[in-house]
Design a binder for this molecule. Structure first.
Ligand code: T1G
Length: 703
């Protein structure tokens, strides 16, 4: 069992011990109830303390157990809390570091609560597409007040215990410990006091017996519903949190509990909650590499050189400066350096103006930035990240130079977005120190970092870069070497489908609207106009040399031949007014497309949004299945993280792989078979990847 029981004189201490955060899994719950029975049966014990070992009181229900029978196996959390309330000896919850979700709900079932300062207190279930399911919506308003409680439940945000203890009239904490270190002793002392207080048999306080009212309930909850509606567009849980807290002010406690339970169960089986729980685990799993143990030694990265002060070099530098890592930026010309530094300065200054960055922090970061025009100045850096022009010849010159000047053991990273990292490594005598670090533009904003593992990249370099990725707050996903790695390889198929769709009868705006209605932050054509259509143009030119029979719509090339590269040229798939980003459908483009169809002998047809979305998304899924099979991505959830954090895939759908699982892989393949019949499409592409076909045959899923 994952809870220890120990009697200290007349105080029994039950210590939850289920690393890493004392998740309230079955064995922990059993340990608690086992401890409670022992304590209540032992006449020498006068009071009880429940506390947590290690880095948390409790991080809540064990997310890893969700959806399995163990998560509800008796004693389930509700039963454990009921046992606490039924105890005839006072129970004190002693909380430190983290008291979240079911962990806080457990504490709310105890008679008294004590917290150490700095304890992060939250009911974050809404972030998992849920609401507190073990009484949090009924008990927290009773001890904190309806409005502060609802704010905590709807936001899911953590608040420090000492802040909550200052709320007027709060009854959440009966006492505050002076520090985390003294919590254990102070809790036992306080437990002894409580035993004396109740030695006369006076009833033990239960939160369930407290009143719960709001003076202007109807008006307040109407206001709350209006506020929540805006932020909860695609998520059912936040409005349900309001319903449950309102029930606490209107129903008897047990009826409120039943109401909460009903809502919780419905949300638990919603696609949105499944997606959000999947993302929670996927985000943490992404930093784990199957053949690189967690204890692999990491190299110390105390300083980094960045080659190139352009958009990418500047953005990459900001990530490092933000994490307190000194950066030396190298360029060929002074004016390029000056431009680069000025852009960094401008970005920080706009954050300072918006109140997002304190002036002293801005000054500290700029003080960590230095520049040079000479490779001789960067040799002592622990790592160098190259962010120069995306052309193999340029990469070759840079990496040969880096191989000459960088100290032994320095990590040589390339920010290439598609080029072969093995070829780049081969320009040096130290391929084991070469790795890809593909940042997404704008690099100081986008969360995704693809770490490209070369055939010879050493494990400690990988481990070091993954750790650095976490330090600069990136979602870091490892990719093998192939054209486009994970994200851009898949986006190529997505873009090809977008092109075929306009060949066959759609307008760019129709495709974009369908994709954005599905939930993409931006449809393929608006995205092209933003990123620059000339980037795809250059990549297609290269790819058609390598794969001359690759089929794709010529419209994108025709567009570029018209000089319509997108927002940066004031016209792309759409027209733009000077200084504005609004995408205005363009008659010129529609005319170009119509002429192109005639030249190809294509009679346009009406295409439903459903077909548009399926062809765009299933193209991602089928290519991803190949990527998984080839080992380019280690796990399906990594591919989800790439699309969620780098390509604006809708969060509430959990990523392309989880979405395919939710639709059903059998149904995905059935649709693909239909698309393969379309003469204007690429039948060969729509053959299900072998892995996908196998999963369907075995009735399995990606995740
Ligand atoms: N269950 C299982 N594992 C958990 C967990 C949890 N609740 N929380 C964290 N972990 C694992 C995580 O997967 C990772 O594992 C490790 O702990 C460190 O996490 C009935 C139903 C607690 C603030 O939503 O917010 O209670 O990768 O990297 O930055 O109403 O984790 O090492 O194998 O995030 O120090 C509600 C979610 C559950 C809290 C710690 N609780 N966790 O942050 O470490 S639902 C939550 C967090 C519930 C009841 C309902 C954070 C943290 P691994 P980490 P951290």
């Amino acid at each position: 069992m994952s809870a220890e029981y120990k009697v200290h004189g007349d105080v029994a201490v039950i210590t939850m011990n289920n690393p890493p955060v004392n998740g309230l899994g079955y064995s922990t719950r059993l340990g608690i109830t086992d401890g409670l029975s022992k304590a209540n049966a032992d006449a020498a014990v006068k009071s009880i303390v429940i506390t947590g070992a290690g880095k948390a009181f409790s991080g809540g229900a064990d997310i890893k157990e969700f959806g399995t029978p163990r998560s509800t196996q008796e004693p389930n959390l509700l039963s454990v809390i009921r046992e606490c309330e039924k105890s005839n000896k006072p129970i004190l919850a002693a909380m430190h570091s983290v008291a979240m979700g079911g962990g806080l709900e457990l504490a709310l079932g105890c008679h008294y609560r004590m917290a150490a300062p700095g304890c992060k207190v939250a009911l974050p279930e809404v972030k998992l597409g849920l609401l507190p399911g073990a009484g949090g919506t009924q008990r927290l308003p009773r001890v904190l007040g309806v409005e502060p409680a609802l704010n905590m439940i709807v936001s899911g945000e953590a608040i420090n215990s000492e802040m909550l203890a200052m709320l007027p009239g709060q009854k959440l904490f009966n006492k505050m410990a002076s520090s985390p270190e003294t919590l254990a002793q102070e809790a036992m002392d306080y437990a002894r006091e409580l035993a004396q207080q109740h030695a006369d048999g006076s009833p033990l306080p239960l939160i369930r017996n407290l009143p719960c009212k709001h003076p202007q309930g109807d008006a307040y909850f109407q206001f709350a519903r209006n506020m929540v509606k805006g932020m909860a567009k695609n998520y059912p849980a936040p409005p349900k949190c309001v319903d449950a807290v309102e029930a606490a002010t209107q129903k008897k406690f047990d009826d409120g509990m039943a109401f909460e339970r009903e809502i919780f169960t419905n949300l638990l089986f919603s696609n949105e909650s499944r997606a959000l729980r999947h993302i929670f685990m996927a985000e943490r799993a992404a930093s784990k590499i199957a053949d690189v143990p967690e204890d692999t030694p990491k190299r110390n990265i105390a300083s980094v050189a960045v080659i190139g002060a352009g958009t990418m070099g500047g953005g990459i530098s900001m990530n490092l400066l933000n994490a307190g890592i000194p950066v030396k930026m190298l360029e060929m010309k002074q004016e390029a350096l000056d431009r680069g530094v000025a852009t960094i300065r401008k970005n920080y200054e706009s954050q300072v103006k918006k109140g997002k960055l304190k002036q002293d922090k801005y000054d500290q970061r700029m003080a960590l930035l230095s520049t040079t025009l000479s490779y001789d100045d960067i040799g002592s850096a622990d790592m160098v990240i190259e962010a120069v022009f995306e052309e193999m010849g340029v990469k070759e010159a840079v990496f040969k130079k880096l191989d000459e000047v960088m100290k032994p053991g320095a990590i040589l990273a390339s920010n290439t977005s598609t080029l072969d990292v093995n070829k780049i490594a081969a320009f040096t005598k130290r391929p084991q120190d070469v790795v890809g670090m593909h940042f997404f533009s704008p690099a100081n904003v986008m969360k995704l970092l693809e770490v490209v593992r070369g055939a010879k990249t050493s494990k400690d370099v990988l481990a070091t870069v993954m750790t650095l990725g976490k330090k600069i707050k990136k979602t870091t996903v490892v990719s093998g070497v192939c054209d486009g790695f994970i994200g851009n390889r898949m986006i190529e198929q997505y873009s090809r489908q977008a092109g075929f769709l306009i060949d066959e009868g759609c307008t760019p705006a129709q495709v974009d609207k369908a994709a954005e209605k599905f939930g993409f932050a931006m449809g393929p054509f608006r995205m092209g106009d933003l990123a620059g259509n000339d980037i795809g143009w250059a990549i297609r030119k290269r790819r058609t040399i390598e794969r001359p029979n690759m089929k794709y719509s010529k419209t994108a090339d025709l567009l570029c031949e018209m000089g319509r590269f997108g927002q940066k040229t004031g016209a792309g798939w759409y027209d733009y007014q000077t200084g504005k980003r609004d995408a205005i459908p363009s008659a010129v483009v529609v005319d170009m497309i119509e002429k192109h169809r005639q030249a190809c002998g294509i009679t346009p047809r009406k295409i439903a949004d459903e077909e548009i979305v399926q062809r765009l998304v299933y193209a991602l899924v089928n290519e991803a299945a190949h990527i998984l099979e080839e080992g380019i991505a280690g796990k399906a959830s990594d591919i989800d993280m790439v699309y969620l954090t780098g390509y604006g895939f809708p969060i509430w759908r959990g990523g392309p792989m989880l979405y395919a699982d939710t639709v059903g892989l059998f149904n995905v393949v059935q649709s693909m078979k239909r698309f393969a019949q379309n003469p204007h499409d690429d039948a060969a592409f729509w053959q299900p990847a072998p892995l996908l076909a196998r999963l369907v045959a075995d009735g399995k899923t990606f995740n």
